[in-house]
Design a binder for this molecule. Structure first.
Ligand code: CA
Length: 325
């Protein structure tokens, strides 16, 4: 086999992060979506990670399976009393029997993004190790380097199920040579207590990203309002290298035809040395009242000064940055 391509990161900014792969074109987190994102030229491929019943980190966004797989048909008996099929209740071998499709509302089968791929194929859930192997192989065969942008999903919830996700994710990343701040990986989490644990107790030296949601989402026990203050950002800067805010926390269009209104979040984050990678650009679901894709990219990159963007459509974001014809 050829020598492993280097994990060292090239200098580049702003960065284009393929959100769940090129998920605007192919079902999220499938190999197809990841390979296509790599081919489109994304700088980073994102991995959301959840643990299986047999403790394998797999690349999957939700804690439950029914919105993007055929679990209700394959394992009807594995539904919990609350009506959901939890990924953590199945072993990897069982999860491999499921097919991944575009996101739907399981109550009525309606597509969340009706203009997307729309086909049903045997696209599989993959382990984090398999995906890192895919990226390594593509980096080798294409001679174009893409980094990885890995998320520890809902660590507190995993603990309520008797599982500890972060150590498994870190072990797998280390197995593929992602060990230091010089390696081309960002490790993201919404839970600030978990990021502190990852840094201090687990001794992780990777670049960390504090994701920032809204308190009303109840994504974690983290107080996102406090994190977004100057004092909060200064505290984040003691353990993380960047933040991942929601786009409306940076810019909003108050009404159709109105000029965009900006927060000071990017400036405040830069003042304490934090990179800013907002989420998520979707060509088929623009921020409220935004006139078009070009306006969104211009607002984030040229006016606000963001350092990257999570995007379902990596080619659109690359084109907006002048990196693709
Ligand atoms: Ca994510």
């Amino acid at each position: 086999m050829n020598p492993s391509p280097s994990n060292s990161r090239p200098a580049r900014a702003p960065i284009v992060i393929a959100h769940r792969g090129a998920s605007g074109y192919l079902p999220e987190h499938t190999f197809a979506a990841k390979a296509y994102a790599h081919a489109l030229g994304a700088d980073y491929l994102e991995q959301d990670c959840v643990l299986t019943r047999d403790d394998v980190p797999v690349v999957f966004h939700d804690l439950v399976l029914e919105e993007v797989t055929d679990v209700a048909r394959v394992f009807p008996e594995r539904r919990r009393a609350d009506g959901h099929w939890y990924l953590i209740d199945l072993d990897l071998a069982e999860l491999r029997q499921l097919s991944v499709h575009d996101r739907v509302n399981p109550a009525n089968g309606e597509s969340t993004y009706p203009e997307r791929f729309g086909e049903v194929l045997p696209l599989r859930i993959r382990s984090l190790a398999e995906e890192l192997s895919l990226v390594r192989g593509l980096n080798r065969s294409t001679r174009r380097h893409a980094g990885v942008y890995t998320e520890v999903k809902s660590p507190a919830w995993h603990r309520t199920q008797g599982k500890d996700l972060a150590p498994r994710v870190l072990e797998t990343l280390a197995d593929f040579g992602y060990r230091t701040a010089d390696d081309d990986v960002w490790l993201q989490c919404f839970d600030d207590a978990e990021l502190l644990r990852i840094r201090d107790e687990l001794g992780c030296r990777l670049r960390l990203v504090q994701l920032i949601g809204e308190n009303e989402w109840q994504e974690s026990a983290t107080d996102y309002d406090a994190l977004r203050t100057a004092a909060g950002l200064a505290r984040v800067a003691t353990y993380a290298a960047g933040i991942g805010p929601w786009i409306p926390q940076i810019v909003q269009w108050p009404a159709a035809g109105a000029e965009p209104a900006y927060s000071t979040l990017v400036r405040d984050a830069h003042a304490v040395g934090l990179a800013v990678h907002p989420y998520t650009f979707r060509s088929d679901q623009l921020p409220a009242h935004a006139p078009d894709a070009a306006a969104v990219h211009r607002a984030l990159f040229e006016v606000a000064g963001a350092d990257g963007l999570f995007t379902d459509f990596p080619d659109v974001t690359l084109a907006a940055l002048g990196r693709r014809g």
